[in-house]
Structures are given as structure tokens and as C-alpha cells.
Design a protein around this ligand. Structure first.
Ligand SMILES: O=C(O)CCC(=O)C(=O)O
Ligand SMILES: [Fe+2]
Length: 336
């Protein structure tokens, strides 16, 4: 039997964005200290009503209830679209048991929205929600720019979602219920760091599983430690974590923390299905990326994304291609 997971209680800082304009320096100080330490924090008083979050979860569940062949008409490529049981994490070498649908604001979404008649109102509502999350992201980006000594709009300009070059992603996630005895190794989301600037994550109350493992010192390292901390869902709160991009853009001052959605293996673990929504702030293709102390060579947003996709997604795309080939030899084409 596998050794039990080692857990450590680590406080996850909770940061209120109330009265943002008058408290910006205090908030900046709190965000920077959380980013230097654990790399994860909760944000409250962010201005997105609970009803908007609940509505987006309801859309997510409607989307994932559609038949697989229909979702396969918008399947994953260019970091947008739908995938199922296809994402292979380098840390596990096996596919996560989940499905996800990635939406963007810009040109990468061409052909990746379903026709409106299939799920009337979905695209409009999803984009509205994405703009709300972008507004919170922009506040956080303003503080991080200020904390690093850049001008206030420095990160906001590099992540301008009104430009066709935008690569920012909103990802709907659906993890399947795990059988009591799955009979094989099961991964929900294997341990990984995110490769964006900053991730904003929405969880549903009662659907536990997210765990973090801080301790990474340089953005170029790939190992992680072995003591985990649970990050329980709480309605209305946004869980934020620093990604590899902000770690390297801050010359490793801010920490991009390993995290996972643990598959249940121990007493008390949650077996039911889990929905979450992750918003990844990705740089525009032509953004120029280099920290204040120039620790790492200058790269463009396109280069940074390509390097990350090669590292994190090469096995995913191979697996997806194999699945599509297998399915196309057995399934009947679907009209939408
Ligand atoms: O579903 C979650 O809670 C985490 C998802 C995640 O870490 C990711 O997609 O990068
Ligand atoms: Fe992640």
C-alpha cells in the first residue's frame, strides 16, 4: 500500500480588495508578501457577485452534459477547446481523469465556440463572466507591477484581452466521480505549476481536492517536495496562484507553487465529481518579458507560450490524436 500523504497546515493568506483605490498600497504589500512566501492566496471583496459565479458553474455543467461527439467538434488545439482524459502531466506521465474546455478572448477561439443554437446564450454569458474575472486580474496585475517597480499598467498592457494577440484562457474543468476501487492509478490533476502570470480559480463548495506544495526556489526547476496543504473551497472566494511567467518576470522573487487535485485514495477523501473554473492570465504574443534584474533572457509572449506548451502539452496532443483516430474508426458523424 502507498505511504499516507504527508500534510502540513499552512495558512493561506486571505486578501480583501475592498476600497481598492484608497487601499492600493496596503493591498500591494499584502499581495507581494503572499507571492514571495506561499505563492497562493485567497481574494475576497473582489466585486464578482456570487450569482455570476454560480451561473457560470451552471453553464459549465450544461456544456459538459452535451454528448462527447458534439464537444469533439470544438476539440483542443492552440490552447483552446475541449479535451477529455487527454492531458498528460510530466509529473505523472499519465492522463488526468477529467474533461476541460478552454475559452479565449482572441483569434485562437476561431472555430472553437459551438454554434449558438447548440447551447443558446453560452458564448455571450461566458464572455461576460470572463470580462468580470479579467477586471479582477487587472487590479492584481496593477499591484504586482507596482510592487516590482514597473509602471502601474505594465502587466495590464501585456495582457490586453481586447487585442487579437491575446492568449488569456478561461478553463472550465469537470473531474469525474472516482469509483471506490478504480482498479488502476487514477489522477485528477497531477502535480504541476501553472505557466501563466497569475491564475484565478473558482471552486464549488463541498467539492474538495485542491492541494498545494510550496518550496520552489527558481522557475527553471522541476522538482517538488512532499508535504501538501489542502485548499478547501469557500463560496465566493477566488483562489489565486502565481504562475511560472510571473516567477521568471520577477526574477524568482514571487513563487510559482506546485499544486494538484488529488485523486481520492485515503479515508475522508472526496470521491464525487468536481467542477472548477480556472482563469489563466497569459501574455499577448508580442509582449516582451524580462524581470527588473534581467535574471533570464528577454522572450516574447509567443516564445514563452511555445516553450511552455512544448514542455507541458506535447504528450497531451499525441494522446488526443490517437483517441480521435480510434474514435473516427468507430463513431458515426454528428450534425449540429
Ligand atoms: O481544478 C482545480 O482546482 C485546479 C486546476 C488546475 O490547477 C489547472 O487546471 O491548472
Ligand atoms: Fe494549475
Amino acid at each position: 500500500m502507498a505511504a499516507p500523504t504527508k500534510y502540513l497546515e499552512r495558512p493561506i493568506p486571505s486578501i480583501s480588495l475592498a476600497d481598492f483605490d484608497s487601499r492600493i498600497d496596503e493591498i500591494t504589500q499584502q499581495l507581494c508578501s503572499a507571492a514571495e512566501d506561499v505563492g497562493f492566496f485567497c481574494v475576497s471583496d473582489h466585486g464578482i457577485p456570487l450569482s455570476s459565479i454560480d451561473d457560470m458553474f451552471a453553464w459549465s455543467s450544461r456544456f459538459f452534459s452535451l454528448p462527447d461527439p458534439l464537444k469533439a467538434t470544438v476539440s483542443f488545439s492552440n490552447n483552446a477547446g475541449w479535451e477529455k482524459n487527454a492531458q498528460v502531466r510530466p509529473s505523472t506521465g499519465a492522463a488526468d481523469r477529467k474533461e476541460s474546455y478552454q475559452m479565449q478572448f482572441g483569434a485562437n477561439m476561431d472555430g472553437k465556440w459551438l454554434p449558438d443554437a447548440t447551447l443558446p446564450g453560452f458564448q455571450t454569458s461566458a464572455l461576460q463572466f470572463m470580462h468580470q474575472v479579467q477586471a479582477v486580474s487587472e487590479r492584481l496585475m496593477t499591484c504586482f507591477a507596482r510592487g516590482l517597480g514597473f509602471d502601474d499598467n505594465y502587466f495590464v498592457r501585456a495582457h490586453d484581452v481586447s487585442r487579437p494577440e491575446s492568449q488569456t484562457v478561461c478553463r472550465l474543468l469537470h473531474y469525474f466521480e472516482v469509483p471506490a476501487n478504480p482498479g488502476e492509478v487514477w489522477h485528477r490533476a497531477g502535480a504541476h505549476t501553472d505557466w501563466d502570470l497569475l491564475t484565478l480559480l473558482f471552486q464549488k463548495e463541498g467539492q474538495s481536492g485542491l492541494e498545494i506544495c510550496p518550496g520552489r526556489e527558481v522557475s527553471t526547476s522541476f522538482g517538488h517536495g512532499d508535504t501538501w496543504t489542502k485548499v478547501e473551497p469557500s463560496a465566493g472566494q477566488i483562489i489565486c496562484n502565481i504562475g511560472d511567467l510571473l516567477m521568471s518576470w520577477s526574477d524568482d522573487r514571487f513563487k510559482s507553487t506546485f499544486h494538484r487535485v488529488k485523486a481520492p485514495t485515503e479515508p475522508g477523501d472526496y470521491h464525487g465529481e468536481r467542477y472548477s473554473i480556472a482563469f489563466f492570465n497569459q501574455p499577448c504574443h508580442d509582449a516582451l518579458i524580462q524581470g527588473p534584474r534581467k535574471k533570464y533572457p528577454l522572450v516574447t509572449g509567443a516564445e514563452f507560450t511555445k516553450n511552455a506548451m512544448d514542455l507541458y502539452y506535447s504528450k497531451t496532443l499525441e494522446k488526443q490524436k490517437r483517441q480521435l483516430l480510434e474514435e473516427s474508426s468507430t463513431s458515426v458523424p454528428v450534425r449540429i
